[in-house]
Design a protein around this ligand. Sequence first.
Ligand SMILES: Nc1ncnc2c1ncn2[C@@H]1O[C@H](COP(=O)(O)OP(=O)(O)OP(=O)(O)O)[C@@H](O)[C@H]1O
Ligand SMILES: [Mg+2]
Length: 154
Amino acid sequence: MENVLKMEFSALAENEAFARAAAAAFVMPLDPTVEEVTEIKTAVSEAVSNCVIHGYGELCGDESFAKNEAPTIVMECALEKGNRLTITIEDKGVGIDDVDQAMEPLFTTGDEEERSGMGFTVMQSFMDRLKVRSSKGEGTTVIMTKYLDVPGEY
Ligand SMILES: Nc1ncnc2c1ncn2[C@@H]1O[C@H](COP(=O)(O)OP(=O)(O)OP(=O)(O)O)[C@@H](O)[C@H]1O
Ligand SMILES: [Mg+2]
């Protein structure tokens, strides 16, 4: 049995809260623990803010980009096999040069004063699996899997 939610929204910082709340609402029927919900919300926030800040950050000043292709983020939440939650967050932004390096704790290409380089590490620690696919100039897809602590089917 599978349940899927797919949504596309403008890559704006104010939509981060909506994405986070939507993911939390999606898992509510499984009666998750407060801790699980907090972990899911935090992981979604980190992934979405990366799309806004890094994926599209430098493109936002690009006039043709703004005119022709309003930058958006696609989030898909899927529940399979009763308790396997997969959240996929995708942007069509600048992409990542070296994914392994980007995933290292403390690595950042951002402003050292504002960014700590811990987003991927947070996603990794709060979810059971994290996969990052990215190509330069084409965008980035983050796939996070978490096994919720619920018995049997939902
Ligand atoms: N969606 C994305 N598009 C392009 N580059 C990305 C994307 N997500 C992450 N990156 C790259 O990976 C690096 C590491 O990301 P990570 O979230 O771990 O740290 P950060 O965003 O730099 O800092 P923090 O999340 O702690 O504020 C970023 O600095 C950026 O270079
Ligand atoms: Mg980050």
